[in-house]
Every structure is written in C-alpha cells, then in structure tokens.
Design a protein around this ligand. Structure first.
Ligand code: URA
Length: 232
C-alpha cells in the first residue's frame, strides 16, 4: 500500500487521526514541500477546497508572516494573501518599512474552510478548528525549519495558537517580542528567534474603528521591523 493510501486509512480511522505528517516529503526544500502539499489529505478540508495554498516568498527571508487560512480569492488563485486582507497587509507592511518581496507569507492552515451562503453562491470563511490546525502544523513547522527566519509575525489568533500554543491571546500578547518556541513547544534559548503577534488584517477590515485597528497593526509590524534591523 502506498504511503498516501496508508495515511488515508489512518484518516478514516477516526478523530485522532487528522495529521499531515504522512504527506510531508522526507527530504527536499520548499519546492519539494510545496509539490507534496498539493496531495495532502491530512484532514477533511482538502475535499472542498480548490487546492492547497502553500506559502509563497523567498527561502532566504528573515521574516515570515503567518495568517490563518486562505480566503475565497486565495483559494481561487492558489496564493496566500492576494485578496482584500492581503492588500491591506501590503499597505501596512510598506508603512512599517517591510518589503513584502523580502518576506515569506504563509498560513497556519493550507486549505480554505467555508460554508455556503443561503443563496448557495457565496463561500463564507469558517475558522479552522483545533484538530485542523494541529493536523496542518507539520507544514508550518517544515516551512520554518527550512527558512529559519529571525522573526515570525503571527497575524491573528489562529496563527498565534499554531506558533505559541493554545493559551495564546492576541489582545494580551500582541506587539512584543516573544521567543519562538521549538517544535515541541519548549521555550527557545535566549538569543533565538522571535514571534511578534498582531491583529489579523481581516479583523482590521471588520473593525468598527478601522483607523485605530490599522494603526495598531502597523505599530506591531514596526516592532518586527525593528527586531530585524537591530538583529535581536
Ligand atoms: N486570510 C488569511 O489568513 N490568509 C490568507 O491567505 C488570506 C486571508
């Protein structure tokens, strides 16, 4: 039985079995991982999404931005952050002095999760649950292992939980340098790499006070930009 057939068997075995690990290549860089992710069946989200939206950007990036999951437009185009949230993110990055072309942008979950609107036409984003987030984490860990950035920006609560654990709260933890834990969740040694958490750009778009929320996003990104400049 092939590796993926085996994994599908595990997947059918029940709730505990959501896991992308069997689909990761044993070797190779980002291109090999991107190719392999297209076949991921580690959780049921692949069934309805158009395709896997893997991260995009340079493998030498010193900064990685992590969102929640692809949205409707990202699912159609196969690239992260190319819709309205992405346009807002681009603007905020520029204001914070970060060039998007020098970053790597990805999501905690690589498939679009949605419900259909009542008219059956519009696809409405639905947040991934903890099992889907956990299942997809091996892809994010592999991206971080291959890129080894100095700073990782968690855009919103889902990305924060994927990087820092379930106790992460964006309101409490945003805008400061937090040591990036190792893959087992243990605190990294001093002088290691950093996570800066901030609001998700979609939360800024939905905010009643959009100007204040946007200013907060830019201020948090400036913390990340400063850490890069100062090499800490
Ligand atoms: N929201 C996300 O979290 N990621 C995307 O790629 C687009 C919207």
């Amino acid at each position: 039985m092939s590796r993926s057939a085996n994994a599908l068997k595990d997947h059918d075995a029940g709730p505990a079995a959501y896991d992308a690990t069997p689909y990761l290549p044993e070797r190779g860089g980002l291109p090999a991982h991107r190719r392999a992710s297209a076949e991921c069946r580690g959780c049921p989200l692949f069934e309805r999404a158009t395709w896997t939206v893997f991260g995009k950007g340079t493998s030498t990036a010193r900064i990685v931005l992590v969102g929640e999951q692809p949205g409707d437009q990202e699912d159609r185009r196969g690239e992260p952050f190319v819709g309205p949230a992405g346009r807002l993110l681009d603007k905020a990055l520029t204001e914070a002095g970060i060039d998007r072309d020098s970053t790597y942008v990805t999501n905690a979950v690589k498939h679009f999760k949605f419900v259909l609107a009542e008219n059956g036409k519009r696809r409405i984003h639905k947040a991934p649950d903890l099992r889907e987030l956990t299942a997809c984490r091996p892809w994010l860990q592999a991206e971080l292992r291959l890129i080894r950035p100095d700073v990782v920006v968690a855009l919103g609560a889902t990305a924060g939980k994927a990087l820092l654990g379930r106790s992460f709260r964006v309101a409490k933890d945003r805008g400061t340098l937090i040591p990036l834990p190792d893959e087992d969740g243990r605190e990294a040694e001093a002088g290691g790499r950093w996570v800066v958490a901030t609001l998700h750009p979609s939360a800024v778009l939905r905010s009643d006070d959009r100007d204040a929320a946007y200013a907060g996003l830019v201020a948090d990104l400036e913390v990340a930009a400063r850490a890069l400049r100062e090499g800490r």
